[in-house]
Ligand binder design. Structure first.
Ligand code: AGP
Length: 591
């Protein structure tokens, strides 16, 4: 994973690099580092932990000509300062930051060690710096050294490189990890995503795999396969990358409360008074498809499960697979499914691997992402955006609801059913009511925050929605939470219920309400402490939180919002780092 940022030119580089890293911390926050050229020297500072600690050790009065910075999610080596980036080649000529994984770093390290190179870290990155040195020593050309290094290394990389003898130039190379250039009048920038650059420019250049080159003020040179190529400028709606906390204490809370406006924006983008605005040829493709196959991870996988429920009644065979599993066992029942790739970030490595398999087979894919210009968005046959705005908290909240509503609208478009729009409106009313009553959920969490285990149970859509509730509790509140279909409990898991075990029950589906209530009884009589989330028409005395009625097929999504708040407040009561939970990163760019 990791985030990188770099710049050359006349700007406050310190401010740009440090604030840029803060915006990229969602990509990892195990360690942070910076390197910059000043007065003929390249100075490196790095720390274990967050960017805020780096900020404290970088002098304020620096005036570098070029700089690079990195925030790390550790893959190879512990999250300490010696493994933190930037890394330098043995002779100090090359200083680099890297996002990605070098799969053949062990044999390459060995080959370099035999030639006398030494290594100060356990990372797979140092080998890149030393290969650059070795190839440069032979050819005397930095560009040639970069081209040869790209050839020699296997895996994924986005690198920003300072060459000590050229302090007014910033080199880069990219394969399979995201990297984007931003151009201003008096500076040239690069970063893993547009967020660090959007305050300075709206002129971006997307890089493709295999691209390398350099930036100077007013100059961008990109090479592919040894030949110079013309930069391809792309427009970006910079507002989608801006997000500040405002009055909120945490992004997770802010993003939960943005959900009604996110859904409204989504509707405006895909519906215009009396007709849907989806790409017609994409709809035709879906209409013709015998099979639709969702691929996704984490929250996006759970949203796909709901989408599959919506689409199946259209007579489609709809499969949902976890991307990291399908990537290594890419089965299909029919020969020509239409693949739907759901991803908030559009950069999830497991999904990119699936996409490559689909593209190599000549298959059709529809990317549904929240990130314009992301790899998955760019490489799909059709792409649709969620317009949810930047999601900063590691735990996905607004994206989930946007994904579910998107898939419902898509189903409505395929069915020619505009009533779904009115149903979504009612859902938004219910969500606003939940926001207004969030303190009730806070109080539930306050009473439950000492638990270490929890079960989430439901049936049908409620079960699928409760999976997302359990994931939220795991990732932000560090509670071991498992979701089970109500009917499955007696087949084993009920053995784990003892006095006081927390069970969060979802009841919004009238078809299965009485059977899930029976399951709750069975759990209560064995000592479970029930927190039941229900809807007005299905409520029973003693329920913990009751939402307004909406169409049953959307009601479980309202319960997901309740469980998002529940997880948030549990984490708050426990004093946990809500927006950046341990061991996680927002964008999972390694397999
Ligand atoms: C969500 O809360 C998680 N942090 C995680 O499961 C996430 O949904 C998953 O990594 C998929 O990410 P994507 O939607 O960006 O592909």
């Amino acid at each position: 994973m990791c985030g990188i940022v770099g710049g050359v030119g006349k700007l406050n580089l310190r401010e740009y690099l440090i604030s840029g890293l803060k915006k990229l911390e969602y990509r990892g926050y195990d360690s942070a580092g910076i390197a910059y050229a000043e007065a003929g020297e390249v100075i490196v500072r790095k720390v274990a932990g967050r960017v805020v600690s780096l900020d404290a050790v970088v002098p304020n009065n620096i005036h570098p000509s070029v700089g690079i910075a990195h925030t790390r999610w550790a893959t190879h080596g512990q999250p300490n300062s010696s493994n933190a980036h930037p890394h330098q080649s043995n002779n100090g000529l090359f200083t680099i930051v890297h996002n990605g994984v070098i799969e053949n770093f062990r044999p390459l390290t060995h080959q370099l060690a035999v030639r006398g190179f030494h290594f100060a870290s356990e990372t797979d990155t140092e080998v890149i710096a030393n290969l650059l040195e070795r190839f440069y020593t032979r050819s005397g050309s930095v560009l040639e050294a970069i081209a040869q290094t790209c050839e020699a290394i296997e895996g994924s990389f986005a690198c920003a490189i300072i060459f000590k003898d050229e302090p007014n130039r910033l080199y880069f190379m990219k394969k399979a990890s995201p990297l984007l250039i931003g151009v201003c009048d008096d500076a040239s920038l690069l970063a893993s995503d547009p967020a660090p650059m959007v305050e300075l420019t709206d002129r971006f250049i997307d890089l493709d795999d295999g691209d390398y080159g350099f930036l100077e003020v007013g100059k961008v040179q990109i090479f592919r396969n040894g030949r110079r190529i013309k930069p391809r400028f792309v427009a970006r709606n910079v507002d989608l990358y801006k997000s500040d906390l405002g009055e909120y204490p945490h992004y997770m809370l802010k993003e939960i409360e943005e959900i009604p406006s996110v859904i409204k924006r989504l509707c405006e983008n895909y519906f215009d008074e009396d007709h849907f605005l989806f790409n017609e040829s994409m709809l035709e493709c879906l209409r013709k498809a015998k099979q639709i196959h969702f691929l996704a991870c984490g929250t996006s996988y759970y949203a796909s499960k709901i989408g599959a429920k919506y689409l199946r009644p259209l007579g489609k065979d709809v499969l949902v697979s976890i991307a990291s599993e399908w990537a290594y066992d890419p089965y299909d029942i029919t020969e020509e499914p239409v693949f739907v790739l759901l991803s908030q970030s559009g950069e999830t490595a497991d999904l990119i691997r699936c996409q490559k398999i689909i593209n190599d087979r000549g298959g059709i894919s529809i990317a549904v992402t929240n990130t314009k210009g992301s790899t998955i968005e760019r490489k799909a046959t059709y792409s649709c955006l969620l317009y949810a705005g930047l999601e900063v908290a590691v735990a996905s909240t607004k994206s989930y609801l946007a994904q579910v509503c998107f898939l419902l609208m898509l189903t409505g478009a395929l069915r020619g059913d505009m009533m779904v729009m009115a149903d979504i409106d009612r859902l938004c009313e219910s969500l606003k009511d939940i926001i207004a009553r969030k303190e009730e959920i806070h109080s539930l969490a306050r009473h439950a925050h000492k638990v270490t285990d929890a079960f989430f149970v439901g049936r049908g859509l409620d079960y699928l929605a409760s999976m997302e509730g359990a994931l939220k509790l795991k990732e932000v509140a560090y509670v071991h939470a498992e979701s089970y279909p109500g009917g499955e409990l007696k087949h084993g898991p009920i053995a784990l219920i003892t006095q006081g075990t927390l069970v969060v029950g979802f009841v919004s589906d009238p078809e299965v309400a009485s059977s899930i209530r029976n399951n709750f009884e069975e759990l209560s009589s064995r000592g479970a402490r029930m927190v039941v989330l229900s809807t007005a028409s299905l409520q029973m005395p003693g329920d913990s939180f009751v939402t307004k009625d909406v169409k049953p097929y959307l009601a479980s999504s309202a319960l997901v919002m309740v469980s998002q708040y529940f997880a948030y407040y549990m984490a708050l009561e426990k004093g946990l780092p809500i927006d950046k939970p341990r061991n996680l990163a927002k964008s999972v760019t390694v397999e």
